[in-house]
Design a protein around this ligand. Sequence first.
Ligand code: 4AD
Ligand code: MG
Length: 460
Amino acid sequence: MERHKIAALIHSETPVDTVMIKGWVRTRRDAKSFSFIEINDGSCLGNIQVIADATLPEYDQVRKLTTGSAVHVSGALVASQGGGQRWEVQASAITIISLAPESYPLQKKRHSDEYLRSMAHLRPRTNKYGAAFRIRSELSYAVHQFFRERGFRYIHTPIITGSDCEGAGELFRITTLDLMNVPIRDRAVDYEKDFFATEANLTVSGQLSVEMFALSLGDVYTFGPTFRAENSNTRRHASEFWMIEPEMAFCDLAGNMDLGEDFIKAAVSFIMDNCQEDLNLFARFVDKTLMATLENITTSEFERLPYREAVAILERAKKKFEYPVSFGSDLQTEHERYLTEKHFKKPVIVYDYPKTIKPFYMRMNDDNETVAAMDVLVPSIGELIGGSQREERLEVLEERMDEMGLEKEPYWWYLESRRYGSVEHSGFGLGFERLLMLITGIRNIRDVIPFPRTPGSIDF
Ligand code: 4AD
Ligand code: MG
């Protein structure tokens, strides 16, 4: 007989004569002639209560069950006598799969996020992290559903690349060279002797690759891990994170903003509709304002304003910022949060940024000073999306690369796409973990990734 998932049993419409469950013991309480065992199998937030009568032949063993032990229970799903749950399992047989020692580190009390980070291998067994990672799974599905319904094709872009898409130099190098005996030529590392016969690194973005597919298949997206060696230890930066990157041919910046806004709204709605029970945990215990924030996101029209106006608002603000702003400065989290939380009180799309603070591939505006960039900012997170219309004019693109001192040779194929049937096109990147933080109210990116990687930390 196949095992029943607790998620299905607790929503059963009728009693079930024979059920079989396998899971982990959350608690055991003993009465005079029977024991209550709360079992969780990870399929949902709820546990199922098992009643083990003293008449069971293995009852001696049952009385030894500890929190964290794995068990196999056969029995009947019956209406619960006690309050608090609709159904319970009246056990006819209980097998201990493995008994956890009393030292099991996740006891009933609530543990801090910091403590649980040091237990990343066990934390998915807690209510909060179980819920977070079920939501993460559902959200990945929602991403594919959203794009598929709109006719976008899913492209697998490479993880190992030779180029630096963002030009920020935050690359993790890949090499098989012997670090104790690095080959040198002309007083530099001789990468011709390396595995790929040239420099190689982990990708910071799939954009350059996915653009080639937009210029072939039309509407495409990539969704995969990206890597950044930025040494910033903040609550919203990870060294390995997942990015969703749609790219659309024959699409300008306004169309790009529409897609970003639609996507965020659809993703939030999907989780509100499909993960109510898990989401409720976050609304009750993690962030009391969560539901209001999510309602606000799904119902309000995102504010759209040029960078120049955003800066003017920030300059006029009564608030004292740690980093002063003026035209040409990058917006910091404190500015992004001021715009979304204090000024507009809803998500904001800032566009037309100064060219000096944006990468080479963004389309130059007629003012020759700003580029067709857009960032989507949301309450409590700040930047959730970074995107742009792409420079499709070969001469302008080359001029821009010269201006920024970029070597053109490694990008020869990218430039060639502007030679053969170049068209207007746009896209963006959305940080998947930041979206999860927004949806769950979890404040630290380390707590929405199964095994987080951050500067100085690669345990597990
Ligand atoms: O703004 P970014 O750097 O944009 C790009 O990489 C473009 N090439 C994307 C594109 O147009 N296809 O990064 C996009 C998003 C950010 O808005 C942020 O949500 C997330 O990726 N992100 C990070 N998330 C977690 N940890 C980090 N270190 C992140 N860096 C960026
Ligand atoms: Mg950005």
